[in-house]
Design a protein around this ligand. Structure first.
Ligand SMILES: Nc1ncnc2c1ncn2[C@@H]1O[C@H](COP(=O)(O)OP(=O)(O)O)[C@@H](O)[C@H]1O
Ligand SMILES: [Mg+2]
Length: 366
């Protein structure tokens, strides 16, 4: 029997790690990406094509047993081109909802999640009204295509708002209140349907620290009250059921004054879940593959008391340096160094928080 083939839209590190998790289960992978340098080609055949090339997309989809995406800015029209050929999961509605920051926040509100005050900015007049209504400081973000802090500007002075909007290309934006958060946390969850029966699970919450808008570290478990952990899991369940979601997803929250404020959702495996490769019974990547194939989920439980993930950004350390710490687990993506670009990550675990923090400091020195 030929092994089932999974097609992945996007050929970056998330696709690569999905394949690295799915190959031991007996799957084969192929990737579609506009870039001939896509790093997932080390682990499966790469089709290079533009998202608007429906013929190339259809050709790619033929022969795939399941299709998923590792990049949330895949145009929904690209899914439309292939959905009659192979099943695509997570569902189109998840991509459509989360690829627009206004739709995403409105969806959170409908699902009962608290969000920071926000306003839609289409014109210069909207911008002035938004800044007057929401106040300063605030964050102006492009509605579409932002990631890793790209496409956003903090506005501390209303007089500088139009300058910030021009810098973002005067495109449709969301203007939202700046949240003076105590912590940032994320819930990574997974939903599958096995012969029609829903399975849902969530990993222990991660506490995330960003630098320049890019995730720097995730520490698990997040240091928040058990009631907030339960609330985050419950929110994830509501959202997943509402979307009839299949696969792994993440919701990022700010914790401010003991309240969870939903910031954004990723309809895919997430950087704050990379620790699960070494620290959970089943990694987020394996669970995503299981879910999109209608298979039973593996446990999301952590294997040790404390886990952490440290991103490697903008540089490629030598293996001699990166492997100095025998306690750390290195995952490089096969990408060239470029400013602000994630090239790999390091996973760590320890039996106490203080040991974990000490190990993180040692790993940061590499
Ligand atoms: N409204 C806000 N208040 C405070 N910090 C923010 C706000 N929006 C974004 N940030 C900071 O910038 C980071 C990246 O923003 P985010 O909305 O998650 O966009 P993306 O991850 O898609 O680039 C957040 O994790 C947070 O640290
Ligand atoms: Mg984010």
């Amino acid at each position: 029997m030929t092994p089932p083939i999974i097609g992945i839209l996007g050929g970056g590190q998330l696709g690569r790690m999905l394949a690295l998790a799915g190959i031991p289960l007996g799957f084969r992978f192929r990737f579609f990406d506009p870039s001939p340098d896509a790093c997932a080609q080390d682990v499966g055949a790469l089709t290079v094509g533009s998202w608007s090339d429906c013929d190339a997309l259809r050709q790619f989809a033929r022969g795939c047993d399941a299709i998923t995406f590792e990049f949330e800015n895949v145009p929904t029209a690209s899914l439309d081109a292939i959905e009659s050929i192979a099943r695509v999961q997570p569902p189109r509605i998840a991509l459509a909802t989360t690829s627009d920051r206004i739709h995403e926040k409105q969806f959170f509100q409908r699902c009962g999640l608290a969000v920071q005050p926000f306003a839609d900015v289409q014109t210069a007049a909207d911008l002035a009204l938004a800044v007057a209504t929401v106040g300063t400081p605030g964050v102006l973000k492009t509605r579409n295509l932002g990631y890793d802090g790209k496409g956003q500007r903090v506005i501390r002075d209303a007089r500088l708002a139009s300058e910030a909007w021009s810098a973002l290309g005067s495109t449709p934006c969301i203007y939202e209140a700046f949240v003076p958060f105590d912590r940032e946390v994320s819930v990574v969850a997974v939903r599958s349907k096995v012969h029609g029966t829903v399975q849902f699970d969530a990993y222990p919450l991660g506490e995330n620290v960003h630098r320049d808008g890019i995730l720097h570290t995730t520490v698990v478990p997040a240091r928040i009250d058990a009631a907030l952990v339960s609330a985050a899991r419950a929110h994830a369940r509501v959202i997943a059921d509402e979307l009839d979601y299949i696969g792994v997803f993440a919701i990022e929250f700010f914790v401010a004054d003991g309240v969870l404020i939903a910031n954004e959702m990723a309809p895919r495996v997430h950087n704050s879940g990379h620790w699960t490769m070494d620290g959970a019974v089943t990694s987020q990547f394996e669970n995503h593959i299981r879910a999109i194939c209608g298979l039973p989920l593996g446990s999301c439980a952590a294997r040790g008391a404390w886990n952490a993930m440290l991103n490697i950004v903008g540089r490629v350390p030598t293996l001699d340096d990166a492997l100095t710490n025998s306690e750390s687990k290195l995952h490089m993506y096969g990408k060239a160094a470029r400013a602000g670009r994630k090239t790999g990550h390091i996973n760590l675990h320890a039996s106490s928080e203080s040991e974990l923090r000490a190990a993180l400091t040692r790993a940061e020195g590499v």
